[in-house]
Design a protein around this ligand. Structure first.
Ligand code: SF4
Length: 260
């Protein structure tokens, strides 16, 4: 059950090996390692997703888990793994299979089809193909941007994504399917210093100037314990702190949702 979605979110994990190309300091994946998603067993993906949907739509799922009546709906199918989902070799085929199963069960358009991604691999053609397929099902990508500066991304995400690559990938994503920016704000060293906050706002202003279309900015903070070495140095942003930033972003003309 997803607090943010307000109902059932069915997460699909392409990274059961807990492997990601990034290492975010707030990451909640235990035993996180650097790497890519393993090869997909498509028959298993199909069988498991159909099993879960049958249990929810025809079975006793909501009773078994005592879900309040007003939350008894599937809000989204979310490709959101214990690592970067787009590192899957046959990513586009997996998106197509999930979309087709969702369509067969009549989930869309009430249920959203979401890819949660750090966006770092969108320059790869098979990932772009996957985003095109996602768009065919009215799907959307939630593109992670935790800092507008390369130094900030190195500090928070332990990645070496350049400013240029970030802009290129964001532009590609926005051209291929609906794109929302998701940003985790947290107290950790100087991650969100006033300079960093201004750089983030400047980046969003630049996207407007360059007509890179962003459907919404999703601000959130750390709701659960990090499994990384930096866990004890991290604390959450309050809703009031998130709202202060949300207001500044709204002033740039964006739709913003803040969830602590
Ligand atoms: S991108 Fe996601 S899975 Fe990868 S390290 Fe960051 S939070 Fe964890």
């Amino acid at each position: 059950m997803s607090r943010r979605a307000g109902g059932l979110s069915i997460g699909i994990n392409f990274n059961p090996n807990n492997a990601c190309n990034w290492r975010c300091v707030y990451c909640q994946v235990p035993d996180l390692q650097r790497g890519t998603a393993p090869d997909m067993d498509f028959a298993k993906l199909s069988a498991e997703l159909n099993f879960v949907l049958d249990y929810v739509l025809n079975g006793e799922f909501f009773d078994d888990y005592q879900v309040p009546v007003e939350q008894r709906q599937i809000k989204d199918l979310a490709i959101s793994g214990n690592g970067e989902s787009t590192s899957l070799k046959h990513f586009d085929q997996a998106v197509a299979l999930i979309g087709e199963i969702g369509r067969q069960w009549g989930l869309f358009p009430d249920c959203r089809f979401i890819l949660i991604s750090n966006g770092s691999l969108i320059h790869q053609s098979h990932v772009q193909q996957g985003l095109k397929t996602l768009a065919k099902f009215n799907g959307e990508v939630w593109f992670k941007i935790d800092s507008a500066s390369a130094a900030g991304r190195e500090l928070i995400n332990h990645c070496s994504l350049s400013d240029r690559q970030l802009m290129t990938n964001l532009e590609l994503a926005s051209q291929l399917c609906t794109t929302r920016i998701q940003t985790c704000m947290l107290h950790f060293q100087n991650a969100w210093s006033s300079d960093e906050q201004q750089a983030y706002l400047d980046l969003l202003a630049r996207l407007k100037t360059q007509q890179i279309k962003i459907a919404e900015v999703l601000l959130y903070s750390v709701a659960r314990q990090s499994f990384q070495a930096e866990a004890t140095e991290i604390s959450s942003y309050s809703l009031a702190e998130l709202e202060t930033m949300a207001e500044a972003i709204r002033a740039l003309g964006y739709s913003v949702k803040a969830t602590p």
